[in-house]
Design a protein around this ligand. Structure first.
Ligand code: EPS
Length: 384
């Protein structure tokens, strides 16, 4: 669970259910927070914030202790919003936001919560919240790593400019240093300049840019999630977690949309047995590591599409919440493109779902117990 408004005092997250004995330090979480803050096309806000986590509860002497983990990230920008975003009654009423932005939560939220200042909605709807989710995801990532599961991501396209590389999962993981060094989080350095130009072009036009992202997990054993009930299906849970990230409008697993056009014989991954590793294995992974709502032991491959950011300098038509008179939508300082940041957030989303599913499957109040359970299950699979 997360809480916090974009220009309020802080963002907080509570992560429950992490076993005791997981090595966890603020620096590990800060590394992901810093990754999320990078990216060409970010606005002025990222020059203000230097996101750092404060571990408030659940960690002692560099280890989890089995109690809820509470994380806090200060909003440095709050200093500029005191008197407008604090909990105390305002001395001077701030100017309300009354021109809802098409594509943002402003209108639906103002109607639903019966607020006359859309700031009451937009502050929480803001993608600033993803800093808290990234911090929580970093805890999940640490847990997964201990169980041999790794997650990484890359940006595939921005504003219709596609990275031409089609890496295998291992090539993608091998390319992590390149991706991390790229401010666009792409694998092909040669695509950076055309992408930057596309973002700049949108910026000059007062417009914004979306894109597509690939997120991959490897090391996941077969059997996370379940076919037995709709809400236990891991593919559905992954899609929910990803679609809940601000501005994500589509998610596909494995070949996703394109599989709809192909014959079944080209879509389904033939099954073989790898006797040296004592595991069933596939020669292809069109399914993206998920069959019947369960992990099947192949890498999990998810792609997501992010729409262009809804705050535009070239304002779109809107209607005033109070007068109902037509006017152009509100504009505040914003990003032109946050696709590289969203890739880091989607990693966090995948980590949270996989860590939850791992704990459901194997249980354990301590890391020792969890890892023993995982190892026993692995032997069970090898002896199958
Ligand atoms: C956001 C608007 C911008 C972004 C923000 C998300 O913030 P501000 O209104 O303060 O300029 O920078 O993203 C972050 C603060 C962040 O940490 O990613 C929005 O409206 O969603």
């Amino acid at each position: 669970m997360t809480a916090g408004e974009s220009h309020g005092p802080a963002l907080v997250a509570i992560v429950e259910g992490v076993p005791a004995g997981l090595a966890l330090e603020a620096a590990q979480i800060d590394a992901d927070l810093a990754r999320r803050q990078k990216g060409y096309g970010r606005g002025g806000r990222m020059k203000i914030e230097r996101d750092r986590v404060e571990l408030i509860a659940g960690v002692r002497n560099g280890e989890t202790i089995g109690s809820p983990i509470a994380l806090q990230i200060a909003n440095k920008d709050f200093e500029n919003w005191r008197g407008r975003m604090g909990p105390e009654r305002f001395e001077v009423a701030p100017e309300p936001v009354t021109l809802p932005r098409p594509g943002h939560a402003d209108l639906a939220g103002a109607l639903k919560y019966d607020r006359r200042d859309a700031r009451d909605i937009l502050e929480r709807a803001s993608a600033r919240e993803t800093a808290a989710r990234t911090a929580a995801g970093a805890v999940a990532r640490a847990l997964l790593l201990a169980a041999g599961v790794e997650v990484c991501s890359r940006v595939r396209s921005i504003a219709g400019v596609f990275d031409p590389s089609e890496p295998s999962v291992d090539e993608l993981f091998d390319g992590r240093a390149t991706i991390e060094a790229s401010e666009l989080r792409v694998l092909s350095p040669s695509i950076e300049q055309p992408m930057r130009e596309a973002i700049l072009e949108r910026a000059h036009a007062g417009d914004t840019a979306g894109g597509t992202i690939e997120v991959v997990a490897r090391g996941v054993l077969p059997g996370l999630g379940s076919h037995a009930q709709w809400d236990r299906r891991l593919d559905g849970r992954i899609a929910q977690a990803m679609l809940s990230v601000q501005a994500i409008k589509a998610v596909e697993i494995g070949d996703g949309w394109s599989a709809a056009d192909w014959p079944g014989s080209a879509v389904h991954d033939p099954i073989g047995y790898d006797s040296s590793n004592r595991r069933f294995a596939r020669t292809s992974n069109h399914a993206g590591g998920l069959e019947g709502g369960m992990s099947n032991g192949e890498p999990i491959v998810v792609r997501a599409a992010m729409k262009p950011i809804a705050t535009l300098r070239s304002k779109l038509p809107s209607a005033d919440l109070h007068s109902k008179i037509a006017a152009l939508a509100a504009h505040e300082r914003s990003d032109v493109c946050a696709v590289p940041a969203a890739a880091v957030v989607l990693e966090a989303a995948l980590c949270l779902v996989l860590a939850t599913a791992l704990l459901e499957k194997h249980g354990g109040d301590s890391m020792g117990e969890l890892l023993r359970n995982v190892a026993r299950y692995k032997s069970q699979l090898e002896e199958y």
